[in-house]
Structures are given as structure tokens and as C-alpha cells.
Design a protein around this ligand. Structure first.
Ligand SMILES: Cc1ncc(COP(=O)(O)O)c(C=O)c1O
Length: 394
């Protein structure tokens, strides 16, 4: 952690406390769930807001065999950070446009995805100019209709890869895909996607391409669909202790521990008479003489403004909610009584692992019509991340 970050953590009235023991616990749970597969921990978008390097390191400590990120820039940062720490796992990255600095990617020993012949050709060119073989995962679109070659175009992608392999520029180390409806265990789409994936693997074998790893399962695929495990699983949200679908199974039911606790120290606590309008637009008005508390987190910190008058908060062990509109930097909570025993500096918990009835990221997702993924990954850069280890021996 940089000196600037430490200073921010000291002075900022809010913080996201990330328990690295929870990350390790979750990786172990995932490894147990998919015992025949390598766990590739997905740490894109600053590890879903939890912090790239601390999470990556904890995941590796718990036995994750590799790491996945979406963007090339994230992969380069991850490689540099881990190299500095003396660690060198497999890193897969999958989002880049034509003309990306692939030489840099190969020099950083990254593995890259290719969904179309142009990507194989650019990777082969980068291999020729760097003298490094490009390690490639060919992506088949089995039904997500996002990345990957459609089944009718997969043959062309295989041909391009086979030519580049024969020229010694490319090594196809993986064939992969992504499930669209794995978080709905009863959906027939997953079975259909697995059939298309199986056919693509056979087609690759006929073309003489034998990857080391075949992979299709994100968290929901890992937790709900054993047939999707193959050689490697790519969980993201479950690494952070959150369920891919809390309606199907909660974190507790899945033996996952939410790793992030978002909390803030109250900056103002004051009495207000009945009928007082609160925050912009006076969308809330106190019903009785009461006490108002100001929480120093706003939409610039990632608090969804749509959670105005709805987001759950725990203060002094009481479950309360946002009163009035969420502003850019702060929001108000009506404590509901004149004598609350709550003071400036006391801690409001926005979400945590749910212990003692505190809200979960799942609860914020429910009141915003969103998903827990968005709640944690949108947390603003100015909120300091502070790392603890609840299993560390004193
Ligand atoms: C290609 C890919 N694999 C794996 C994941 C991890 O997904 P999840 O967080 O649902 O486990 C993602 C995230 O969206 C992804 O885009």
C-alpha cells in the first residue's frame, strides 16, 4: 500500500475494510466445490473494488492456480505488482481491440484470448517481433452472444490458430467460453451451451489443436453446475464472498464469507424538530422530533443515488435507512429518536458480512434493482481500502 493510501486511510472518515482471510476461505470453498479443476481467481476491475494486488496475493496463497482480468492494462499492472512480490502465476486477459500493444503483453508473459482470426494474426505478429510464443485461449461463443467466435465461424478461427501454431508463433493453451444463465440453475440454456462447447472441443481436436485447459464456468457455473467445471473454473464474485444469485443460495448457504465491510464515521449528529425537510428536494420529512446523522459517503463514492430513502444502514446496532436523497459526498440517516446515545465519530455500517444483522451488499442490490457485483465494484477510488486478516496469529 502506498504512503498516500495510508494517509488517506488515516484521514478519510469512511473506509472499506477487506478481510484477506475471507478471500482465502472463499477460494478454498471454490476449490473444494470444483476438485478436478484449477481455480483461476477473476480479479478484474480492481478485484471487484476490493483491491487488485492484496486480493490476488491472498487468492494465490489459498491455492488459486491462476488469475484472470478483463483489460490488458489491468493484466500489465497485475504482472508488474506480482513480479515485484516474487510471484509469477498464469494470467489470462481477454479484452483488447485491434492495434493493442500485444508485444508488451507477450513480454509480460500474459495469456490472451482470441475470438477472431485478426486477433490470432496480431498475436502471431507480436510473437515474431518479440521472439516470444503467444499463449492463446480460443474463445467460442456457445450462447452468450458476447465475446467468442460463433459456432459457424469457429472453424475459421481454428484454421488461423493452426497456421500460427505450425509457424511456431502461437501455442493454443486454452479453449474457452462463458455461460449466460448459470445463475438460474433451472435454465435449459446452460445444458445447451455445454453441448455447443463439447462440439467445439471435438472440432478443435480434429483440427489437431489440443489445449491444456478447457474452461467455461464463472462463479455460478462453479457453484451450481458441476458439468461445467472442465479443467479450470473462473470465479469472480464468489471469491469476494458474494453469491452469484442470493435468491438461489445466500453466501452463508454457499459457505462464502463476504470480504468487504464498508463503514463511515458520522460527521454530524444533531437534533431536528418534527416536519424538518431532509437533503436535496426535501424528499423526506421528519415525522417527529428526532436526531439526524450525516454519513460521509455519496454517489461519488459509489453509493447509488437511486437508493435515496431506501438504502439500509446499521448504526449503534440498529438497522436504519437512508433518509432523503443521497448527495455527491454524503447522506443523512434519521435516527428516529431524540436521545439516541449516538455521537459524531460513531461508525455507520453500510454493508458487511451480515453479522449482527448488519446490511449485506445483497440488501443494497435489492433496493436498487441491481446486483451485488455492481454495489462492490462501483465503490469509488477515494474510499480507502484497509486490509485486515482475521486469521492472522498475533
Ligand atoms: C469472462 C469472464 N469470466 C469469469 C468472470 C467471473 O464471473 P463471476 O463474477 O460471475 O464469477 C467474468 C465476470 O463477469 C467474465 O467476464
Amino acid at each position: 500500500m502506498s504512503a498516500t493510501r495510508l494517509a488517506a486511510a488515516d484521514v478519510h472518515p469512511a473506509r472499506a475494510v477487506v478481510d484477506l482471510a475471507a478471500i482465502r476461505h472463499n477460494v478454498r470453498t471454490l476449490a473444494r466445490t470444483a476438485p478436478t479443476a484449477e481455480v483461476m481467481a477473476v480479479v478484474k476491475s480492481d478485484a471487484y473494488g476490493h483491491g487488485l494486488l492484496p486480493v490476488a496475493t491472498a487468492a494465490l496463497d489459498a491455492g488459486a492456480g491462476s488469475l484472470g482480468v478483463a483489460q490488458l492494462a489491468e493484466a500489465l499492472d497485475l504482472r508488474a505488482g506480482l513480479d515485484a512480490a516474487g510471484r509469477h502465476p498464469r494470467i489470462l486477459t481477454w479484452l483488447f481491440a485491434p492495434g493493442a500493444p500485444l508485444e508488451q503483453a507477450l513480454l509480460a508473459d500474459l495469456e490472451l484470448s482470441a475470438s477472431a482470426p485478426w486477433a490470432v494474426e496480431e498475436l502471431a505478429a507480436a510473437a515474431r517481433s518479440t521472439g516470444r510464443t503467444a499463449r492463446v485461449h480460443l474463445k467460442i461463443d456457445t450462447g452468450m452472444s458476447r465475446g467468442g467466435a460463433r459456432p459457424e465461424d469457429f472453424g475459421e478461427l481454428l484454421d488461423a490458430a493452426a497456421r500460427a501454431e505450425a509457424a511456431g508463433a502461437v501455442d493454443v493453451v486454452g479453449i474457452w467460453s462463458h455461460l449466460a444463465c448459470a445463475d438460474e440453475p433451472d435454465s435449459s440454456v446452460t445444458g445447451e451451451q455445454l453441448e455447443v462447447f463439447g462440439a467445439a472441443l471435438e472440432q478443435a481436436a480434429h483440427a489437431g489443436i489440443r489445449p491444456q485447459v478447457r474452461h467455461i464456468a464463472q462463479s455460478a457455473g462453479t457453484l451450481f453446475h458441476p458439468a461445467a467445471h472442465f479443467d479450470l473454473v473462473r470465479p469472480g464474485i464468489a471469491v469476494y464472498g458474494l453469491s452469484p444469485n442470493a435468491q438461489v443460495a445466500s453466501s452463508v448457504e454457499l459457505d462464502l464469507r463476504p470480504a468487504m465491510r464498508l463503514e463511515a464515521r458520522l460527521t454530524v449528529v444533531k437534533r431536528a424538530p418534527a416536519g424538518t425537510g431532509v437533503s436535496y428536494g426535501h424528499t423526506a420529512r421528519t415525522g417527529a422530533d428526532t436526531t439526524l446523522a450525516v454519513v460521509p459517503l455519496g454517489y461519488a463514492d459509489g453509493m447509488p443515488r437511486i437508493a435515496s430513502n431506501a438504502g439500509p444502514v446499521s448504526i449503534a446496532g440498529r438497522r436504519l435507512q437512508v433518509t432523503g436523497r443521497i448527495c455527491m459526498d454524503q447522506f443523512v440517516v434519521d435516527l428516529g429518536a431524540r436521545d439516541t446515545g449516538v455521537h459524531e465519530g460513531d461508525v455507520a455500517v453500510i454493508f458487511s458480512d451480515g453479522r449482527d444483522g448488519e446490511p449485506l451488499a445483497d440488501d443494497w442490490a435489492a433496493v436498487t434493482g441491481s446486483i451485488n457485483y455492481e454495489i462492490v465494484s462501483r465503490l469509488g477510488a477515494r474510499v480507502p481500502r484497509v486490509y485486515v486478516d482475521s486469521e492472522e496469529q498475533p
